[in-house]
Design a protein around this ligand. Structure first.
Ligand code: BG6
Length: 495
């Protein structure tokens, strides 16, 4: 079903990691699913002096590695007929009109999506060059620019970047990516909340004890130390992905499903987060760095031994945060956010912990401790919603056990779509729902700015946690009472 409009996608940074591991496989899967109109073509921009054939070979290798259920040669060849490679230096302004001419000579669509999969320091100059060469002019066909995260380094730099872009781009033409919004389960959060009446009466401070959003990776910083060592977990994961998850789980129902209504609600929620003062940074945030340890059965390096990391770096590879949302729904309910690299397992969970019933009904029975009800959304690796409840154990005595209602959301083959498939299509459709508006990005920076300022002012010490463990014990100090602790597991029933 090719229901999309024609489009020429131009990928800057095409030979980089993100493009090869995510974008090209996502385009290939869209091809397989029949989601690309015949007039969708993809121009890869790179510094290497490659031919189309060389580029297609590189793409084939990465698609082969990533294709769900194996790559079909026939489908790949069909996909390859959409590809072209254009060699240019993005700092050379004269090469931009040549790019325009190249697309024109091919007779490809004048609807153009420029995808900037490159260092954020290149965003301004590339957009300027596109603008100066009339490549953003919408007289013939729409022109859209997709910007990978991070959008800025803090609040001030995000504003400065936006100021640069404003000269050439409208907000309508701008698509700021947070790839978490393209994940199937993340979109399901909205369906779960707003398509079921059952939850709404419970979704507030009267019934919810606390909410946790935890993300862990069983891998190190890898080849990205150059970027990561200047960023750290607070900027890399919390400012973007985890705050987006918080916004979706806590926002009010939007007036309608359209992008602006949705984004209005997210911004409203983000602005209701109680600002963290410098004085409160230690009470509400915790950072640490992985040291040597054993991960997946192998001894692994500590962060300071990773290639590209400064020997005295205090960049955090683990960050945890406690936030409060000052509105009627959430007053007093703590939201705990946590992320870390080199932990035992890769997964992302949103865990909603409900309060205990007001009275201990089973005092006179064998039931010693009542477990709270939980709703757990497992965003990845597999998509699961689990509602945990207490029921009576079979038998003559009154004793209880936890059971759970499970909703696994994989397709029948056990696959789920990659977030980028959805996002790449949405750019063609012109749907901004899953992209960030600037006021949203700004609100997220405002939340974390005081923390990153306090942390960057203290370069003498950072706690460590052994690789392969669930992070530093010290982060437990964020919890309000003894019954609260990090929840890192969810039982998954085999289908
Ligand atoms: C990226 C971060 O935005 O998200 C990475 O820069 C992180 O450091 C990644 O590993 C996590 O994404 P996912 O989809 O693998 O959970």
């Amino acid at each position: 079903m090719a229901n999309q409009s024609p489009c020429t996608y131009v990928i800057f940074g095409a030979t980089g990691n993100l493009s090869l591991t995510k974008l090209m496989p996502a385009f290939y899967h869209l091809e397989v699913e029949g989601r690309l109109a015949p007039e969708v073509n993809i121009v890869a921009i790179g510094r290497k002096n490659w031919t189309d054939e060389q580029w297609i070979c590189v793409v084939k290798e990465s698609v082969d590695f990533k294709a769900r259920g194996g790559m079909s040669i026939e489908r790949f060849n069909q996909f390859a007929s959409r590809l072209a490679y254009f060699h240019m230096d993005v700092n050379d302004a004269t090469s931009f009109p040549k790019l325009g001419q190249f697309i024109c000579d091919k007779g490809w669509s004048c609807n153009m999506a420029f995808y900037l999969s490159m260092s954020p320091s290149d965003f301004g100059p590339v957009v300027k060059n596109l603008g100066d060469s009339q490549l953003l002019d919408e007289t013939k066909g729409w022109k859209r620019v997709v910007l990978e995260k991070p959008f800025g380094y803090d609040s001030d730099s995000a504003k400065a970047l936006q100021h640069q872009l404003n000269k050439y781009l409208t907000e309508e033409q701008t698509y700021r990516i947070d790839h978490y919004l393209g994940k199937g389960m993340v979109q399901n959060l909205m369906v779960f909340r707003f398509a079921n009446i059952l939850m709404e009466p419970l979704w507030n401070r009267n019934y919810i004890d606390h909410i946790q959003i935890t993300h862990s990776e069983d891998r190190p910083v890898g080849t990205r130390a150059g970027y990561y060592d200047h960023s750290g977990a607070m900027r890399d994961m919390i400012q973007s992905h985890l705050l987006q998850l918080l916004a979706l789980i806590a926002m009010e129902p939007p007036a309608c499903i359209e992008a602006e209504s949705l984004r209005d609600e997210k911004v409203k929620l983000l602005k209701s987060i109680r600002p963290i003062t410098q004085k409160n940074v230690n009470a509400q945030a915790f950072r640490a760095q992985y040291s040597q340890g054993v991960l997946n059965g192998k001894s692994v390096n500590g962060y300071l031994e990773e290639e590209g990391v400064a020997h005295d770096s205090v960049t955090e590879t683990y960050a945890a945060l406690k936030l409060y949302v000052d509105n009627w729904r959430w007053e007093g309910v703590p939201f705990y956010l946590e992320t870390g690299k080199n932990m035992p397992q890769s997964q992302t969970l949103i865990s909603i912990c409900f309060k205990h019933p007001p009275q201990q009904f089973f005092k006179a029975s064998q039931v010693k401790k009542m477990e709270p009800n939980w709703i757990v959304f497992r965003i990845q690796p597999d998509e699961v919603i689990k509602i945990e409840m207490t029921v009576k154990k079979p038998g003559l005595e009154i004793d209880t056990q936890q059971v759970s209602l499970d909703a696994s959301l994989m397709d029948t083959e056990g696959f789920s779509n990659d977030a980028y498939e959805e996002l790449l299509l949405d750019v063609i459709k012109g749907d901004h729902s899953l992209f960030l508006r600037f006021d949203e990005v700004k609100a997220c920076w405002n939340i974390v700015d005081p923390i990153i300022q306090a942390w960057s002012a203290n370069t003498s010490f950072i706690e460590t946690y052994s690789s392969g463990t669930w992070g530093p014990k010290g982060a437990n100090k964020l919890f309000e009472h003894a019954g609260q602790e990090w929840r890192h597991f969810v039982e998954i029933n085999d289908a």
